[in-house]
Structures are given as structure tokens and as C-alpha cells.
Write a protein that binds this ligand. Sequence first.
Ligand code: ATP
Length: 645
Amino acid sequence: MAKKQLPIKEPSDNPEGKNMFGGKGFSWVYFLIIGLLLMQVFYTVMQPKPEEVSLSRFQRETLVNGDVDKIKIINKEVAEVYIKSEKLGQGMYAKIESGTEGPHIKVTIGSLENFEKMIAEAQKNGSDSQRFDLEYQERKDWMSDIMSWVLPFLLIIGIWIFFLNRMRPGGTGGMNPFDFGKSSAKAYKKETGSTTFSDVAGLEEVKVEVREIIDFLKKPERYTTLGAKIPKGVLLVGPPGTGKTLLAKAVAGEAGVPFYSMSGSEFVEMFVGVGASRVRDLFRKAKQSAPSIIFIDEIDAIGRSRGRAASFQSNDEKENTLNQLLTEMDGFEANAGVIVLGATNRSEILDRALLRPGRFDRQIFLDLPTLQERKAIFRVHTKPLKLARNFELETMSQQTPGFSGADIANICNEAALIAARKGKKSVGMQDFNDAIDRIVGGLENKTKIISDEEKKIVAYHEAGHATVSWYLPNADKLLKVSIVPRGKSLGAAWYLPEERSLYSKAQFEDRMCAALGGRVAEEVVFGEVTSGALDDLEKVTKQAYTMVAYYGLSKEIGNISFYDSTGQSENSFTKPFSEETAQRIDREVSKMVETAYKKTKSLLTKHRDELNKLAELLLDKEVVMKKDLELVFDVPEGKDKLVKT
Ligand code: ATP
């Protein structure tokens, strides 16, 4: 499994993620908002606060007594009253020390006109000593005015930054908003515990190729003195889980040069221009620290052929990003010392401009592991496990054709989990077999309620598959038959497909018969068929169409293939053949399936006894292993229908 690698610090980069304000990430914005709020609170608190007095009390106790020294009417709303200094500290002003600067009390006046009338009345009736000045003042509260403007803006900016940050791939905070157009490439460096080539099992030829890339970067003179140009890009292509990312990590671990890793989807954002800007930024960083390697995982996310999905969705942004990538890889600017590693499952959908020499000059194909490679992968992934003595590496590797490295890693982990669940001290062969069953067939469905009648049908159905594949020379070898419900299925016959690249028509036909065995058994035994053969029929139909329309295995259609390796027909609604050809293909497919059905029926009628025996055994034991199968069926001389284990 991949080990953890720590990011390196780049001299050109802001090492601690500090922004221009010196704070980390966005915190300065929050500090600013909080600061302004605090200022507002401080300002309000620090203001001298005269006691608020009602208008009637003011008239009754202050005005009539001639305590007023001066009144300031503010904004025609409030009267700030200054009390004569000799009156302070007594009566209703007992709390106000004499000598305190005014205003000493505050009165909300209601109507200015009435207030003025009241003052005029008091002045008229009072003595001269009771006369005082009346001032009018318009006062602006700048602070609250500013706050009422600024706060909403700050709030909007804060929310905008928050969402911007969330939208960044993997962004959960701590990012400078001005980094939005920058690449979020992770930089790795060689250190102890890094993934190395020894963690990548098998793939020897691939490793040689990849090692050469490291060599190009470390000793470019060796190649350039002879006039050779260093390749700019290497594309790792292969089915899912074959170790492309693992291999790239190993390169990062071994290369000893800066390694920038980014996933294709991380470039593309809902904002136009961001992808292109991220590509530019990624290459700028890589060039600054050249020699260096850029790794773009799942490159099909941006490298998809231009104009392909144009009719369904707007892909302008993707095109811009791809154009920038094309320019960076082989544009006007020299890319000295930067090699781009790309990984994809589907090189056929990539833009052809991306694949031409000068960009991804090399394509390395990682196929599903061979027997020897599977052995090596099992070795790597069983190393951390506590294995029981009965563990057989050879058997496990034989039983897993078509499994990818990721599947094998999963089996090993699942086996350990199963052993732990059972309270075992070590992981044994049975745990591995259970892990395979679980991964291939799904979780055992113990609570599924099946009637006896259904169980009988399932037993005959599975026995049908097993009997047919036993007696047909080209069908896959049988491993075991089970009627334990798993996942969605009620039972299964487990085969061990032969590892081969070429299949003949006879081999395809025998496989079709084996797949039809279940349904035919139902018909032969019960006289009617059920819906249980859905998966089998789907498989058989697809197989027949592939044989006729792709592999040219039907005489009627001839040596014609409608297969489209570019994948471009995926989005098109029109078929690449005429209506008449379509009908001929349909007829051929029906004929092919019908012939296979008849062949299967005659075979099962002939071997009805064995079919019955196996079905009974299944009903009794639920799982029938290879050694019991040998007891049910006769073993033709020289014929090995079972897996050698
Ligand atoms: P995808 O195309 O789906 O991204 P991938 O080819 O990049 O898949 P990886 O992520 O490299 O696959 O592999 C997944 C896991 O499978 C690895 O972490 C590793 O545990 C295991 N694995 C795959 N191939 C190998 C191998 N050759 N040796 C050891 N482990 C392997």
C-alpha cells in the first residue's frame, strides 16, 4: 500500500501559507471584521452617557426649579441639558459630582415645536437667573454610518471567501482567496518511508521505462550530447487498479527531484479561466524547481478530446484548460527539465494533440497482472499480515485471474478482517477464499428468506451451469458451486477462466452454453423457466452481439467490425450500419443463442442423472467443492476440468 509522503517546502512558495497580512489563510478578514465590531462597541461604551429623563419630569423638576444652564437640541430629537454647577450633587442630580462636564441629562423631546413652547413659557414665567441658552445642533454619528455601510460589504466578502474556499478541490479552509487560480499540486520529496519501486510488484518492463525517466532528469547530458531530446511526457495507461498511481508515487519516492502531483479534476472549476491558470501555475512551479516531475492523475478529466461532448454540455472551460496544457507541454516556451507523467484508464478518449510526439511521447501500458505478477503482488500485500501455515501463495495467485493489483490488495485486507472477526490468531487459506467470495460475489445474505421450492430451483439452476461447463471442452474450469445467497444472486458457479488473449468461435460458443446451462436445467427439470436467468441472458446476448458485430465471427455478417476504438460513437445516436444490416445482426444473434440453447438442452438431457445428483448434493451441502464434483461427474480420461491446487 502507498505510504505517506510529506510535502516539501519550496523556496519560491509561501512556506507556511502566510498571506500578505502575515496571518494564516483567511484569518485576517475575520480579524478585520471583529476589530471593526470591537471599535464600534468601544466607541459607544466610551461616550459619556447622560441620564435619560422623561419630558414631564424634566419640566416638573428641572425646568421649573431653574436648574438649567444650557440646552442643546440635537437633530431636533434629543435635548442635552447642562445643569448649573451649583445644583450638581444634590436632589435629582445627587449622583453627578459638581464640576462634571455636561451634558448632565438627556431628554427625548418628541415634538420640537411643543418643546420650544414649553421652554418659552418657562422663560417668560421665570426670573432672569432662570434664563438660559437654547442651541441647535445637527450631529452625525460617523461611526455607525460607516459601520452600516462597511459591515454588509465585509459580510458579503466573508461569505464569498468562505464559499470560494469550500469550492476549491479538497479545500476546507486556510486558503488565501488570491490563490484560487493557483494549482493545488502536492509536492513530494524523497524521504524514508516513501513508496519505492520495491512496493510495486511485477511490472518489470514498466519499471525499466520509468527508471529511464528518472535517469533523463538526473543525467540529461548522457542523452543530449548524442543529440537526443528528452521526452516531455509519459502516459501510463491501463485498467483501474493496475498500479498507475502507485508507480507514480514510487517515481516520486525514488527520483530525488521535486515531484508535483495533481488530479485532472482539480484543474477544472466552475469559473472560466481557473483551469488554465492552474496549469500555468503548476508548470511555473515545476520549471522553477527543474529538474522536476509533474504527475497528473486521471488526465482524461481535462485531456478529453476537444469538441466531443460539445452538443451536450458546455466544455469551454475544459477546452481552455486542455489548450493551456498543450501549450505548456509543447508551446513556445522551452520546458527544460520538466517531465509530465499522466495516468488514465482511457487513452482512447484523449485528445490526439495531447498524444502526439513532443507532448506525451511515450505511452506505457499497464495490463492486468499475469500469474507471476499476481504472485509478486500477493507477496507485497501479505507481508504485513500474520499468515497461517496453510497459506498457499501459488493457489491464491492461480485463483485470481483477471484481478487487478488493487483487487489483490483488497483481498489481503479483507482476509485479515475476516480472520480478525473470527478471533483467529493468523490469516488462513479459508479467510482468503472467503474474502474472494465476498469481493466477487458480494456479502453473504444469511437473512434472505427463500422458500424450499425456490431453493430447489436455484440448486438445479446452478447444477445446470456446472454440468454444462463440466462436459463442454472449451468452457472454463469449475472451482465450486454454491447456493448460498450473496449480494443480489441466489447462487453461483465459480469458474476459473483460463488466462488467454485469444478466443476462438468454439470457445465463445461453449461459454454461452455454460451461461445458458441454468435456464436450460430449469426447463428440463421443471418444464418451465423463471426470471432467475437475467444475468446469464444479459451475458449471453452481449457476447453474441460482440461476436457478430465486433469480432466478425458470423458467416452471415462476414469479416466486418463495427467496433469503434476511438470511443467516439459513444455519444452518437446513429448506428454505423444500415437498418437492413441491423436486422441481419439481430437475426444472427438470435440464431447463435438459439443454437447454443439447443446444444445445452441436449447435453443436459443426456447428463440428467449427474444434474440431479449435483442438485441434491447442493441442497444438502449448499456449497460443493471441486473434490465432490469429481464424485458426481465422470472424469474423462486425460481431461482436467478442475483447478490443480
Ligand atoms: P485507477 O486507474 O483506478 O486510478 P491505478 O492504476 O492508479 O487505478 P493504483 O491506485 O495505483 O491504481 O492502485 C491501487 C492499489 O492497488 C495500490 O495502492 C496498491 O495497493 C495496489 N496495487 C496495484 N498494483 C500493484 C502492484 N503492481 N504492486 C503492488 N500493489 C499494487
